[in-house]
Design a protein around this ligand. Sequence first.
Ligand code: NI
Length: 182
Amino acid sequence: MLLPITQYGDPILRVPCAPVEHVDLELHTLGVNMLETMYAAEGIGLAAPQVGLSIRMVVIDIPEEEEEQPGMITVNGEQKPMRSIMPLVFINPRLEPYGDQQLCTEGCLSVRGIRSQVKRPERVRARLAKLDGSILEIDCGGLLARCLQHECDHLEGRLFTDRVSSAAKVTLAKRLKNLLHR
Ligand code: NI
């Protein structure tokens, strides 16, 4: 089932989300619906507040062709193709970004029509709880590291537009204001 995607200006996008305490059938269904919604919108990641739920849950699916490198990442201590863990549906993530800051263009399904350069650490160590109760410990770079940081920002009520340079913020401000009055 397709869910409506929360748009810029909706206060739920600005609230830190609550941890998920119980995994039940409803949560599994939510995961399926979030993936379906994300695919339909041609996104690679979607966080629960983007479908109106203030809980710490995220879905990600990065297609192979989007990944710039051969796409090997470390999963629970083993080298694996990034694709082998896709699609990802996880709750209560813990993220530890590290490494050099890297400038990359980002967009967001909740901030339509705006793309901007955002600086973030290029690598991430992450601990993700899957709905089946298993834990994924991931060490990665590339688009997955970028996407994990962007999506987990949503769980803190943060948007990528908060992280652009102060010069870019000036130009963005007007376009963001227009989004509110559309
Ligand atoms: Ni987003």
